[in-house]
Design a protein around this ligand. Sequence first.
Ligand code: AMP
Length: 215
Amino acid sequence: MALNLVMLGPPGAGKGTQAERFAREHGIPKVSTGDILREAVHSGTELGRQVSTLMERGELVGDDLIIGIVRERLARPDAIAGFVLDGFPRTAAQADALDAMMGERGPVICVEIQVPDEELIRRVRARRVCEDCGANADAFVHQVDALPDLCQNTERCRSIGPKWVARSDDSAAVVRERLKVYWRDTQPMIEYYSSRPTFRSIDGLQTPEQVREAL
Ligand code: AMP
């Protein structure tokens, strides 16, 4: 049966880090809607132009747009055996659309990583991504002044090393907005999932290794 995993939780909970590792270990793609949109902004595509202002403000992009992106991505052959979704669904409409997409593909397993707001703000302010390839430096493990000198994703990163930068939507004001949006739009959707037998919640204050074990 396909392994369809949905990672839920607020910004900074560690979804991306865990999703990446889980996907690699199980040979299934990680589908991060935030990464797809950032890549579009970075490359200056029409999609990127459409979403950049909303992303800068920490607001959600429209349901129809994001649902279309995910539908197209999950229809690709590499996602037939399963996928790890990171950052989708975020609203009740997106959750309904995902259920409709699943059809015969088996259930979605939903895992929520729980972390209190104060810790999320601390982590997100410390988070860095490679400007070139988008790789995340693990803010829970590394201090901002001791980031790894490797990220390996692209030729440039392999040869001259990563260029770690803060995400523009990780500034204090935007993080507060993103958390507000999370509690308003996404948390109620999690309550909707939590009545299902395929739902689990994990304590995200544990070390990344412990969260991985729990996952
Ligand atoms: P993330 O990297 O998941 O924190 O996403 C970064 C930004 O991309 C969000 O603050 C939203 O502006 C946008 N975004 C990502 N995923 C979604 C989604 N499922 N629905 C709406 N907007 C999204």
